[in-house]
Design a protein around this ligand. Sequence first.
Ligand code: IPE
Ligand code: IPE
Ligand code: MG
Length: 258
Amino acid sequence: MFNKLRLGKNRNNTSTLRNKIDDIKKSPIPEHVAIIMDGNGRWAKKRALPRIAGHHEGMKVVRKTTKLASELGIKTLTLYAFSTENWKRPKNEVEYIMSLPDEFLGTFLPDLIKENVQVKMMGYKNQLPVHTLRAIEKAIEDTKNNDGLVLNFALNYGSRAEILDGVKQVLNDSKSGKLKETDLDEKVFSSYLMTADFTDPDLLIRTSGEIRLSNFMLWQLAYSEFWFTDVLWPDFNEEHLLEAIETFQKRQRRFGGI
Ligand code: IPE
Ligand code: IPE
Ligand code: MG
């Protein structure tokens, strides 16, 4: 399938990439990869372009990354697209970012359907513009019978709010008798989070050189492997994702054991 996709700029690049993919597939692939897609603004600034040009370029990288994730057999790809704190940005930037799901899904949804991708979203839907939500809900609906890669957009997502809402729900269920205190353990609490249907990320990637989580999946990343790169998100390519996975494959995960 991958040979049919335009990967590198020339044939040589494509075959090197093909070989790398085949090599990497010989070792265990992380089941859930989460990415903090950062650096769009700086990418644009470096080119004397408006910040939104960086977001537009970043959208194309989402498409490429999804294709490769599918090809590698990654089960879930969670992409941090907009945080609960990103509303602090100038109105025109926020509006532009909120138009990207319409554009992305308007362009690529037919391909995602064909490629057996399931689109999902985690985050607070209430504050999203109607057109944004409509585009996402259509994609979720149209791909709900697919069983390939889960492409999970974290949109208007914030981990502290998510945890706090989980706690509130636990208190409600406890009051109503639905949940007994003695039954509440880590697994049960996880089911109160927006990631209830997913396993925890095995690998977290953050681009742009920032070494922080910015309120992303604080509970779920407890034992994930982290991979940081200075590459800005619009420059992130297949080679980088493969490098991250290769590094992951060399790590020894101990989960507190020896
Ligand atoms: C990440 O890129 C995209 C979003 C947060 C929506 P940024 O827009 O944060 O880019 P920088 O960090 O300013 O370069
Ligand atoms: C994190 O990036 C959010 C997303 C990538 C969507 P930010 O650019 O908002 O993070 P900070 O403000 O630098 O921590
Ligand atoms: Mg940023």
